[in-house]
Design a protein around this ligand. Structure first.
Ligand code: DMJ
Length: 631
């Protein structure tokens, strides 16, 4: 198959960019000079004379030739134009060009070789394009600085920025949530000014806020504020972690605030009659109470343990870890549906409430923390968590995973009425944490190739890794299918025999426009991180560059449609129309998670390595006990 292909005149004239700008006369002359006729002729003196005559003849024609001159942009330029005039009158230039060595033809390759070559050029581009990824990483850092500048200028001290109305809003209890959520991202990116501003604010204002503020949600405060403080403590050099920071306060400031906050949050556990904590805490009163419907979210009560465990290990006081782990120990004993659990739990009885099973809102991070808490404490006696995780993933595959029609996107649906009720082909964007969690659970953060070489993956792991890759594609297509290139909050999928019907995402070029339905009420985008989180984990584990490419596409869409000129980024009302209507809210997790994961996706793999750190559900890296060194 490697027979060389002759270049035809057509190839030369049209297929090679270098040739495209030459006149027809040049092409003919060049061919005469390089042809067999030339070789035969120069054997005799008459021949030599004829060749010379021919050359001069052609040269004469060139000088007097006044046809259109193709410009570099491919448009013909007439001699009447300035450029054309110079070209015509500058005979020497013309001669120089005429005698110039003919451009080298590309090497002759067979179609197979061309494909292979293109492939390898493509791949090596990706593998060796370090500088390119560094540039992209820098762009993410600039986006972070832009997001922070909007917050600092208009909302410093508030929980969140309203970037369009240039105000701040306290949607999370008033602990300056954006500041704490963003701090470790700034440390990882090395944005010292932000580290200094955020750190100083925490040192000056947070203690007083923790003492004086009213109601906060236990889960949100734990994952964003407590998690952020603990990670900042470690990354600023606390307990020999990270790179000792030269900016911002001493690490102890972060730990003191974390402890003060956790001491108040603990009341949600200790005042509950069961092992299941109440959902809300009044900080200043040190009191806790259930949500208005009396129920706690399953994901909320089971997504506190990484943070409380780490605090116990740092302070040497076991109470934080003990209280939070009671939740999981209790959940181990509860009846489940193939490892799957309803999304509500009653703190008065300790029982699950209702039948609604999903991996989206209120269910998601239950599954995430089963494996992450196990990873955090590997070697200790928490195998029951690994067992619960494995069983639940089997349940996911058996009861929730389906394929869309017509094009077979793999997705995770819901069982709103339990296992006996109808399957709903609905998938929250929140479910897109799952590809990353599945990949992490399969290789424990080790690169897939190494894990395979060392025989560390069993059949289950390989199956989970495959599912992770399939789901990551689906999550990415949830972005690609819309007009803006940004995912909606919720997508529905057409499945065999149960066609949902309804509007698509608006991008007619997407192959999946008939597979994915986006209902009017679900078209918003809150700058959520789950998909880029999974792309980051999958890139680290598989080293497949497509995950970086997908992440970059998503980042560009955020830049195009959510960036606010005066500072900050905004949520959108509808990702399916252009231009999308903007919502006037920058969620804290855009700085805490979305931009951090994008930055890490483009970073070297030794920045927060996955076998040494476990990310809490808000992307705050916490060291795996006895395993983390520096950044
Ligand atoms: C974050 O607060 C956390 O990632 C949580 O687990 C789910 N929701 C948001 C981001 O979407």
């Amino acid at each position: 198959m490697s027979k060389s292909l002759p270049y035809s005149m057509k190839d030369v004239h049209y297929d090679n960019a270098k040739f495209r700008q030459r006149s027809l006369i040049k092409v003919i002359t060049q061919n005469i000079l390089t042809s067999n006729i030339k070789r035969e002729c120069i054997k005799c003196s008459t021949g030599r004379f004829l060749v010379l005559l021919m050359i001069f003849g052609v040269a004469y024609l060139m000088l007097t030739h006044t046809s259109h001159i193709p410009s570099s942009d491919g448009n013909a330029k007439n001699v009447g134009t300035e450029e054309g005039k110079n070209f015509f009158t500058d005979g020497r230039g013309r001669f120089r060009r005429f005698w110039r060595k003919p451009p080298r033809l590309p090497p002759r390759l067979s179609p197979d070789e061309i494909v292979t070559r293109n492939k390898s050029i493509h791949n090596s581009d990706k593998i060796e394009s370090g500088p390119d990824w560094k540039v992209r990483q820098q762009r993410v850092k600039e986006a972070f600085i832009h997001a922070w500048s909007g917050y600092r200028n208009y909302a410093m001290g508030y929980d969140e920025l309203m970037p369009l109305s240039h105000r701040g809003v306290d949607g999370l209890g008033g602990l300056g949530a954006t500041i704490v959520d963003a701090l470790d991202t700034a440390m990882i990116m090395g944005v010292d000014e932000v580290v200094h501003e955020a750190g100083s604010w925490i040192e000056k204002h947070l203690p007083e806020r923790i003492d004086a503020k009213g109601q906060v949600n236990l889960f949100e405060t734990t994952i964003r504020v407590l998690g952020g403080l603990l990670s900042a403590y470690h990354l600023s050099g606390g307990e020999h972690g990270g790179n000792a920071s030269t900016t911002g306060p001493k690490p102890a400031v972060y730990l003191d605030n974390a402890r003060n906050l956790a001491d108040r949050l603990l009341i949600a556990f200790t005042s509950s009659p069961s092992a299941i904590p109440f959902s809300d805490v009044v900080l200043r009163d040190r009191s806790a109470h259930p949500a208005p419907n009396g129920l706690s979210s399953t994901a909320e009560v089971s997504t506190l343990q990484l943070e409380f465990n780490y605090l116990s290990s740092l302070t040497g006081d076991p109470k934080y870890g003990l209280e939070s782990m009671k939740v999981l120990e209790h959940m181990k004993t509860l009846p489940k549906v193939k490892g799957l659990v309803p999304i509500y739990i009653n703190p008065h009885t300790g029982e699950f409430s209702g039948d609604n099973i999903r991996l989206g809102s209120r269910g998601d991070s239950y599954y995430e923390y089963l494996i992450k808490v196990w990873l955090q404490n590997r070697g200790s006696n928490l195998t029951y968590l690994h067992d619960m995780y494995e069983e639940s993933m089997k349940g996911v595959k058996e009861l929730l995973v389906r394929k869309s029609v017509p094009n077979g996107l793999v997705f995770v649906g819901e069982l709103p009425y339990g296992p006996k009720g109808a399957f709903s082909p609905k998938m929250d964007h929140l479910v897109c944490f799952l590809p990353g969690t599945l990949a992490l659970g399969a290789t424990k953060g080790i690169v897939k190739e190494k894990a395979m070489r060392e025989n560390l993956l069993n059949f289950e792991d390989l199956q989970n890794l495959k599912l992770a890759e399939d789901l990551a594609k689906t999550c990415f297509e949830m972005y690609s299918v819309t007009s803006t290139g940004l995912a909606p909050e919720i997508a529905y999928f057409n499945v065999e025999g149960q066609s949902e019907g309804g509007p698509g995402g608006g991008n007619k070029n997407s192959k999946y426009v008939d597979d994915i339905i986006i209902k009017p009420a679900d078209r918003h985008n809150l700058l959520r991180p789950e998909t880029v989180e999974s792309l980051f984990v999958l890139f680290r584990i598989t080293e497949d560059p497509k995950y970086r490419e997908w992440g970059w596409e998503i980042f560009e869409a955020f830049e195009k449609y959510t960036k606010v000129d005066s500072g900050g980024y905004t949520s959108l009302d509808d990702v399916t129309v252009l231009p999308p209507h903007r919502r006037d809210k920058m969620e804290t997790f855009f700085l805490g998670e979305t931009l951090k994961y994008l930055y890490l996706l483009f970073a070297d793999r030794n920045v927060i390595p996955l076998d040494k750190y476990v990310f809490n559900t808000e992307a705050h890296p916490l060291p795996i006990q006895g395993n983390a060194g520096g950044k």
